[in-house]
Design a protein around this ligand. Structure first.
Ligand code: URA
Length: 435
């Protein structure tokens, strides 16, 4: 078996057997295969795909690259949620403490920004001091004591995904159904959970731009999870415009704080509650959907979700004071206002262009190992469906470099479509698929 033969086999569109996939991935994690060969293989998979058997084998190898956390001694069902990636998608930061405060245990292993999409770890790390690396034992204890822990892949937990994820990000090989399936499920299966809710993003700012592709990804994840006896529900949600108003790490944390104070934007809360309801059902909640939403809303209005978020931040080394005075922290030097050139109705805000503007500002990565600037981003003033008068603020660009601010402003300008007549407001929740 040689690496070259395995790459060539996939390049030619043939199915790999489990041993070939194991050989390649294990060697890559051990450092005996260079990035350029792994990149070639990833591109071959991206172009040629993988069948269900190969996807399952790849997921298993990724999972086996590290330890699995055993949470069986902790009472109650452990349920997690994961998103396939979007722009302004800060749902995990709201949902994890919210569910924990509602009594569901949430052990969460997340990822960093991929392409134009944001990453939960980068958002969390914009909170001064917040550590997303915990040992498996510390992760276990925090889930037991606090009901929630949020970490990333590391040398002990799914190291294969840690390395391959970063490589995919810099080789344009993210938007592949088998690669996304294995990446997500290897992390989720390592957590020791009893149920998973997937947020499958669909639209301009998602990796799946067509509903048929989003459904295929949902089925791939549900099928592969079922092979590991992991009950999984997929919720397909809209990602044509950014979720909420904020895109960019610290700006998004600020919006999370508003959401936990009961002032979250409508689309953000619709997605949060839709996913939360499915998490409650997987955890054994026996009431109706309405009752589940009421429970979640009460958990926010009582302040319990916010308290749990603060406890989570403190437990992972973050500065809780920064949450109390978010305006005093990580402010960008430059704020440029984008104003409407005409009156009318906003009929679209291209999430891909907003995500790319955030990357241009330094809020995402262009190359492996790039540092993220937590302060930069785009704060929308209008959402799709809103009426706008000429000269009104459409968005504020938060930047630390003049040239990046100028370019991002033009990118954000081109993301907005304003027309004389309103377009129907799209739905946030497109489909719910149960395994
Ligand atoms: N999230 C992940 O964890 N992996 C992917 O490949 C895409 C989104």
């Amino acid at each position: 078996m040689t690496v070259l033969a395995i790459i060539a086999k996939k390049r030619d569109g043939l199915a790999l057997d489990a041993e070939e996939i194991r050989f390649l991935v294990t060697a890559y994690v051990e450092g005996t295969i260079p990035d350029y060969q792994m990149s070639a293989w990833l591109m071959a998979v991206y172009l040629r795909g993988m069948d269900a058997r190969e996807t399952a084998a790849f997921t298993q190898v990724m999972l086996d690259s590290g330890e699995r956390i055993d949470l069986t001694d902790i009472s109650g069902r452990k349920i997690d949620k994961h998103s396939t990636g979007g722009v302004g998608d800060k749902v995990s930061l709201i949902l994890a403490p919210l569910m924990a405060a509602a009594g569901v245990k949430v052990p969460m292993i997340s990822g960093r920004s991929l392409g134009h999409t944001g990453g939960t770890l980068d958002k969390l790390e914009s909170i001064p001091g917040f550590k997303t690396e915990l040992t498996p034992a510390a992760f276990h204890d925090q889930v037991r004591d606090l009901g929630v822990a949020m970490i990333g892949q590391n040398e002990r937990l799914v190291p294969a995904d840690k390395r391959i994820y970063a490589l995919r990000d810099s080789t344009a090989t993210v938007a592949s159904i088998p690669l996304i399936t294995a990446s997500i499920l290897s992390k989720k299966l390592a957590e020791g959970i009893d149920g998973l809710v997937m947020d499958i993003k669909c639209g301009r700012g998602a990796f799946m731009t067509e509903i048929s592709r989003a459904e295929a990804l949902a089925q791939s994840i549900i099928h592969t999870a079922a092979l590991h006896s992991l009950p999984t529900v997929a919720v397909i949600t809209d990602m044509n415009q950014p979720l909420g108003y904020a895109a960019g790490n610290w700006l998004e944390v600020r919006e999370v704080l508003q959401a936990l104070q009961g002032r979250g934007p409508e689309d953000l809360m619709q997605v949060t509650y839709a996913l939360g309801v499915q998490m409650l059902l997987l955890a054994g909640f026996e009431g109706s959907t309405r009752e589940a939403v009421n429970l979640l809303q009460n958990t926010i209005s009582s302040g319990r979700a916010m308290t749990r978020f603060q406890q989570l931040v403190r437990a992972q080394g973050g500065d809780v004071q920064s949450l109390q005075e978010p305006g005093s922290c990580a402010a960008a030097r430059i704020q440029q206002h984008l104003r409407a050139g005409r009156s009318g109705f906003v009929t679209g805000i291209d999430a891909l262009k907003i995500g790319e503007a955030v990357v241009r500002l330094g809020g995402g990565r262009k190359a492996l190992g790039d540092q993220i600037d937590p302060a930069v981003g785009v704060l929308l003033g209008k959402k799709t469906g809103d009426q706008v008068d000429k000269g009104e603020i459409l968005a504020v660009i938060h930047a630390n470099q003049t040239s990046a601010a100028r370019e991002a402003l033009e990118m954000v300008r081109s993301a907005f479509t304003i027309e004389a007549a309103p377009a129907p407001k799209g739905k946030s929740i497109l489909r719910i698929i149960k395994g």
